[in-house]
Design a protein around this ligand. Structure first.
Ligand code: HEC
Ligand code: HEC
Length: 470
């Protein structure tokens, strides 16, 4: 994959191919100044130099996934059988016609009515955060959720909200050993969330004593007990058996197998690496408009965006304070005042109001933006960065659905705390002309793979439970 970047540089010196063969994740593989001088336009020279400094390399396509595993994962992702009251699936909030997000500032869990941007809270709850898109996660993202509460280190050690999965010798090694990617580990947790999928007290998933009991109840729903002779669904027994031929007794399946299958499905179906920007990175200098190139030069240069949004995924996988405004929702576990982000996980004062830098590929498709969906448009996000402190103080919830807008957190002490937690790089106001802001937005829109706009083909025709598909 680094090869195509090299091809673009049109240069044939040995030193060049040697440095290009290393996949850079932070520093430049090669300084293109010396390589394409005189070959591209001045704009291309500037952009390629700054991109290279920011560690941008072509996104690898998704690694091939086992077909039987993907088929099982697809069924699970779209099946409401995974929720306590059988009324919500992963696909209810990660919609295939809404950029794998839901179009809402804050997601709405079980009990909600309708889908996408018109979904209302009904008898359920707001979840407290904005649903992130699912593109290109798999091996490429190391920390999951806005606060990074799920992660998997290169040595395989998991850090999750469930202690039995964590550390070098987890007590539930039978489950942890199935979670070979961070994405698989993530898929263990939507089903354990009271607000997302567990449903009303009185159903066995909600009434289960703890996470491990939730997972056991769900497996008895899917494949049954007593080696599949009691309960379960025949369709799932067939799918699990095909996906894991070495597991010969159904009692030996656990929710880790389900999560691994869901991750395989997400990896294969929600890979979107064909944006104009990606074509440019691979060497097609005509793929970006001059305006998007100008925006890119700002993004990787004067506007400092790539201080945090860097590397192939345009994220440093770290946590930063950007003083984004807070939408509370009228209910939900984080509506006690404000969302302190990474600090919710670590309890560390230094982590107050820090959120994981989101990756930006296909970002245009998953409005509204930020952890609480405070901004309706990319224009507003860019405006925010010109003066985050002022944006925090003067937030007006413009363009948001009224029920979200009226829950904007106007508490002055909270606002001050968020400003105090601002990353140093964002303390200096950034002066951008109207033209420059427009270019930055054009650049952000060049990160959209046209194929990601229509993912209807990712859904199965039906699911083994026979429940309706959202
Ligand atoms: C009620 C809506 C809802 C449902 C149902 C739901 N999600 Fe999500 N999902 C969210 C929200 C909101 C977040 C962000 C939560 C946070 O960061 O605290 C999220 C985060 C994620 C992430 C992390 C992405 C990242 O960049 O870190 C993945 C992956 C994901 N969900 C997959 C799933 C899968 C798989 C299921 C089903 C097992 C599922 N979701 C069910 C709303 C939902
Ligand atoms: C100090 C690190 C940092 C810098 C600098 C930075 N960002 Fe961000 N960016 C973040 C973090 C962290 C978030 C998530 C904030 C939140 O959810 O509250 C974010 C969120 C975003 C989002 C919303 C993405 C989504 O999925 O909701 C966009 C778009 C974005 N940034 C673009 C930019 C642009 C353009 C610049 C430069 C003008 C920039 N960022 C500069 C760290 C940074």
């Amino acid at each position: 994959m680094a090869r195509s970047l090299c091809t673009w540089m049109f240069v044939l010196i040995a030193v060049f191919s040697a440095s290009c063969s290393q996949q850079s994740h932070g520093g430049p593989a090669v300084d293109p100044i010396f390589l394409i001088a005189g070959l591209g336009t001045n704009q291309d020279l500037q952009l390629s130099t700054s991109m290279s400094r920011a560690g941008v390399t072509p996104l690898a396509p998704a690694p091939p996934q086992n077909a039987a595993l993907v088929t099982l994962g697809r069924a699970l992702f779209f099946d409401k059988e995974l929720s306590g009251n059988r009324n919500i699936a992963c696909s209810t909030c990660h919609l295939r016609n809404s950029g794998t997000s839901d179009g809402l500032s804050l997601s709405i869990g079980w009990g909600g009515n309708g889908l996408g941007a018109v979904r209302t809270v009904g008898t359920g709850n707001f979840v407290g955060r904005n649903a992130p898109p699912l593109f290109n996660l798999g091996a490429k993202i190391t920390k999951y959720f806005w606060d990074g509460r799920v992660s998997r280190a290169d040595n395989g050690i998991l850090t999750t909200p469930e202690p039995a999965l964590n550390g070098a010798s987890p007590t539930r090694a039978d489950i942890a050993s199935q979670l070979t990617t961070g994405l698989a580990a993530q898929a263990m947790f939507p089903v354990t969330s009271d607000l997302e999928m567990r449903g009303l007290p009185g159903n066995p998933v909600r009434d289960a004593a703890n996470n491990q009991a939730v997972w056991a109840v769900l497996m008895s729903r899917l494949v049954g007990t007593n080696n599949g002779t009691v309960g379960g669904l025949p369709g799932y027994r067939a799918l699990f058996a095909a996906a894991f031929p070495t597991v010969t007794n159904f009692d030996n399946f656990n929710f880790g197998h389900a999560a691994a299958a869901i991750a395989a499905f997400e990896t294969e179906s929600y890979s979107a690496v064909g944006s104009p920007f990606e074509q440019y990175v691979k060497g097609n200098t005509g793929a970006l408009t001059p305006e998007a190139k100008a925006g890119g030069i700002l993004f990787f240069g004067k506007a400092n965006c790539s201080t945090c949004h860097n590397g192939p995924m345009l994220t440093d996988n770290e946590f930063h304070g950007v003083a984004s405004p807070q939408i509370l929702g009228t209910s939900g576990y984080l509506n006690t005042g404000d969302d302190t982000g990474r600090n919710v996980v670590t309890g560390q004062p230094g982590d107050m109001y820090k959120f994981r830098t989101p990756n930006l590929h296909n970002v245009e498709l998953s409005a509204p933006f930020t952890h609480s969906g405070a901004y309706a448009s990319l224009n507003q996000v860019v405006d925010h960065y010109t003066n985050p402190s002022n944006a925090q103080l003067n937030f007006s919830a413009q363009g948001l659905r009224p029920d979200f807008a009226f829950t904007a957190d106007l508490n002055f002490a909270h606002k001050t705390n968020r400003i105090n937690a601002l990353d140093p790089i964002l303390r200096q106001p950034l002066v951008l002309s109207a033209q420059e802001k427009q270019s930055l937005v054009a650049f952000l829109m060049s990160l959209t793979d046209p194929q990601a706009r229509n993912l209807t083909g990712s859904a199965p025709a039906s699911v083994p439970s026979g429940l309706s598909i959202d």
